[in-house]
Design a protein. Structure first.
Length: 512
């Protein structure tokens, strides 16, 4: 007998059932939304809190790292405290820390609130899917997962647009405050409708040492990447210390997890070559995609004169086209060797990114948007079949662990790439500026021309510096896109190291 029957509560049906599905999908929506809504808001947040733009990216990386850490813990939390209780508690915490984000008066407070928000948001995505499958009968499960998957695709599209609009029309605080009514409503309704589906608790042991080591090495590495530029990298004792902690912590984590009976992250699934190669591919490709996606709105707003709204509109096109193509990719993933689809999708992303290496400062809106539209055509052929390939490579009883580990590494790679790309971009701007200063107007012809036209010497130098800076930024952006394009090509090539799968697995089983 199920818990439903024992309680005497009838299973949800009809409109109530789909109402519960919408509540669960909405929870997934805001958790995914908060991964992208801050992308176009970084310049506004940095300006409002008196921080540099590179420091502003901590708002993105802190959330992603915290979310990545709690995803592998979701299974243990759900078994120990109940999936519905954990879901509702995470929803309440997500709303509370969203309010704290909006009330932050300093970058330190905002980053702390974003870490807490990420810790709460991590379980929302896998649990929303788990509960959907629990409440729906098998014959309707596909439709429910379709609704859930659509929110996963639509949220990244609306994130930049909504974030840009709120920043321009109101203030950056509202990108966090809009979560409050959704989180509050979802928490109350979810508890009333779903508590009948709570299952008996299991007091599984928690790998406290593994969790502590995970937090230590991931936190140290992320801090090193975030602070490296400001502290002049390894000339700083702090950066050296963080690097040592990250390396020792990672080594200890590997050793401990491989010998722990109930590991927080089951590294044994890496014995499957197909899974290992799939994780390598998705980590590299997602790092390249996410890093470029964070950099683009910063470049548009800081140096191309775009508002937050117009930058969000430009970057959202990739998501729009991804939503359109996703059903085709899902259909083909059951009929075609997934390695071919992944290779084609990731190579396409790489080739499109390489076309962005010839960008100029006089590009119009559509010249910026068209390559991003084209990238959207390749995204579903990368995500959907690659998830199915990874899960088809492990034993059925290992699928939950494999899905959590894959999502953990994918999210973590995006956070690391954001720090790395923005740091290298700033360094390249400085380097390019220094080189161009020596080349620009070396015969002083332009300077003499402008001075003869009536401009003061200071005004002439300022004009020349603005010109040199704009070109240095454009060159740095193109150089980053070249590196990102090469990373895509490498990721695409790696997929052929995976053996051809012998069984099919629904890609939606892999979570977000």
């Amino acid at each position: 007998m199920s818990q439903v029957d024992a309680r005497g509560d009838a299973p949800l049906s009809g409109g109530m059932l789909w109402g519960a599905a919408i509540i669960l999908a909405a929870a997934n929506f805001i958790a995914v939304l908060d991964m992208t809504i801050a992308n176009v808001s970084v310049p506004n947040i940095a300006g409002g809190l008196g921080a540099t733009t590179s420091q502003g990216t901590w708002v993105i990386t802190s959330y992603a790292v915290a979310e990545a850490i709690t995803v592998p813990l979701t299974g243990w939390l759900a078994a120990r405290f109940g999936a519905v209780r954990v879901f509702v508690s995470a929803m309440v915490a997500f709303g509370a820390f969203s309010a704290m984000c909006g009330l932050s008066g300093s970058l330190g407070m905002l980053v702390f609130a974003r870490i807490c928000q990420g810790l709460a948001g991590g379980p929302l995505m896998p649990l929303s899917q788990t509960l959907l499958l629990r409440i729906f009968p098998k014959e309707k499960a596909a439709a429910a997962i379709g609704l859930w998957s659509m929110t996963t695709l639509v949220a990244p599209v609306l994130g930049p647009i909504l974030g840009g609009h709120l920043c321009d029309e109101y203030s950056w605080h509202w990108i966090f405050w809009i979560n409050l009514p959704i989180a509050g409503f979802c928490a109350v309704i979810a508890w009333k409708m779903l508590k009948r589906y709570e299952e008996p608790l299991k007091k599984n042991p928690i790998d406290r040492v593994g969790l502590l080591l995970l937090i230590v090495w991931v936190g140290a590495l992320q801090l090193m990447l975030d602070e490296g530029k400001n502290l002049d990298w390894f000339s700083s004792p702090e950066i050296v210390a963080l690097a040592i902690i990250a390396v020792i912590g990672f080594a200890a984590f590997l050793i401990w997890e491989l010998h722990e009976e109930h590991p927080v992250v089951d590294l044994r699934v890496f014995r499957h070559r197909g899974f290992s190669v799939s994780v390598l591919t998705i980590s590299l490709a997602f790092a390249a995609f996410f890093g470029a996606n964070v950099l683009t709105p910063q470049w548009l707003q800081t140096y191309m004169g775009y508002t937050a709204t117009s930058a969000g509109m430009a970057t959202a096109w990739s998501g729009v086209f991804a939503v359109v193509v996703a059903p085709i990719a899902a259909t083909l993933s059951h009929r075609v060797d997934p390695r071919k689809l992944v290779f084609g999708g990731v190579i396409w992303l790489g080739l499109v990114t390489l076309t962005r290496t010839i960008a100029t400062t006089d590009m119009d809106y559509w010249s910026v948007s068209q390559p991003l539209m084209a990238m959207g055509l390749g995204l579903p052929f990368f995500f959907v079949p690659l998830t199915g390939l990874a899960l088809a490579s492990v034993e059925p009883q290992e699928m939950a662990s494999a899905a959590g580990l894959m999502n953990f590494l994918r999210t973590l790679s995006g956070a690391f790439a954001t720090s790395l790309i923005t740091t290298v971009w700033d360094d390249q701007i400085t380097r390019n500026h220094a080189e161009l200063v020596g080349l620009a107007d070396s015969d002083h012809y332009i300077q003499s021309f402008l001075e003869n036209a009536g401009m003061s010497a200071d005004a002439v130098l300022q004009s020349l510096d603005r010109l040199v800076t704009s070109q240095a930024v454009m060159l740095a952006t193109n150089q980053i896109m070249a590196a990102v394009g090469i990373a895509f090509v490498f990721a695409a090539s790696a997929i052929w190291l995976a053996p051809k799968p012998t069984r099919k697995v629904d890609a939606s089983a892999g979570g977000h």
